[in-house]
Design a protein around this ligand. Structure first.
Ligand code: NAD
Length: 271
């Protein structure tokens, strides 16, 4: 039987892509706090990934930093191998890595488009496909979880809210939404639970320039009924929940973690 605490991830192993910074790093730590051992994938910043792994170890869990580009089929297979060789079969995979390449629509280059789609959408596909293959190979472990495996995508409010000057990003997240739901529908019968989080404005490197430019923070706050920019931990905690048996009956859903950003805040003043 799984732990009597349905939030516990004790005895489970996780891989988080883009885990060396921002929301990914927070997810790594929240998963570890709940009891999981964690492989921290990074693309460029080895020091930051090693630091995140050290913070996980300080919580009493095992951790390893694994390099790899989520847009590369070979890298994805290799990062799963490295994670499983070090920590054992994976129970939880968080497909979090993502980036932006913003431009006015008519000036967006094919490279801007391809870079974002390759990382955010193709990367999500490659990581998800590898996760499903590994979960099947591992088999059920009812002593740790009711599910065969848990896969969580980091999407965005822009899977629903159109975003001028960021059409590549919005298209990638809109694609992720239906990718996530279609995979969830296909594999739920095997006990693989697939879900997503859709963050709003969270204080990370991805939006640092926008937040720190003159008037940037104020403009952002206009869009957030809750009245504050989110912290990475706000999202990390929800990812840990979706990885746990506490969410065992949630399948193919996106949890918006956005302080109300998706609620058409322009209508707050009586329309
Ligand atoms: P971040 O820039 O700190 O994190 C993104 C991480 O992805 C970085 O560690 C980066 O190195 C990694 N990455 C980029 N390309 C990669 C690749 N090819 N292979 C492996 N790793 C790669 O920013 P963040 O806000 O923590 O972003 C994490 C996720 O959250 C992204 O998918 C982003 O779209 C999503 N998100 C963020 C916000 C926000 O407001 N911060 C809102 C909605 C969605």
């Amino acid at each position: 039987m799984a732990s009597s605490d349905p939030h516990s991830l004790s005895g489970q192993t996780a891989l988080v892509t883009g885990g060396s910074s921002g929301i990914g790093r927070a997810a790594c730590l929240e998963l570890a706090r709940a009891g999981a051992d964690v492989a921290v994938n990074y693309h460029g910043s080895q020091d930051a990934a090693e630091e995140a792994a050290a913070a996980i170890r300080a919580l009493g869990r095992r951790a390893i930093a694994v390099q790899g580009d989520v847009g590369s089929e070979g890298d994805v297979a290799a990062m799963f191998d490295e994670a499983e060789n070090a920590l054992g079969p994976l129970d939880i995979v968080v497909s979090n890595a993502g980036l932006q390449r913003d431009a006015k629509f008519a000036e967006m280059t094919l490279d801007d488009w391809d870079t974002v789609i390759r990382t955010n959408l193709t990367g999500g596909f490659l990581v998800a496909r590898e996760a499903v293959r590994r979960f099947r190979k591992k088999g059920r472990r009812p002593e740790t979880s009711r599910a065969l495996g848990k896969l969580i995508f980091d999407s965005s409010v822009h899977q629903r809210i159109p975003w001028a000057f960021h059409v590549n990003y919005a298209a990638s997240k809109g694609g992720l939404k239906i990718l996530m739901e279609s995979i969830a529908q296909e594999v739920a019968v095997e006990g693989i639970r697939v879900n997503a989080v859709a963050p709003g404005a969270i204080a990370t490197d991805i939006n640092k320039l926008e937040r720190e430019k003159a008037g940037g923070l104020e403009a952002m706050l206009q869009l957030i009924p809750h009245g504050r920019v989110g912290d990475p931990e706000d999202v990390g905690r929800v990812i840990a929940f979706l990885a746990s048996d506490a969410s065992d009956y949630i399948v193919g859903q996106t949890l918006f973690v956005d302080g109300g950003m998706a609620l058409y805040p322009g209508f707050r003043g009586n329309g």
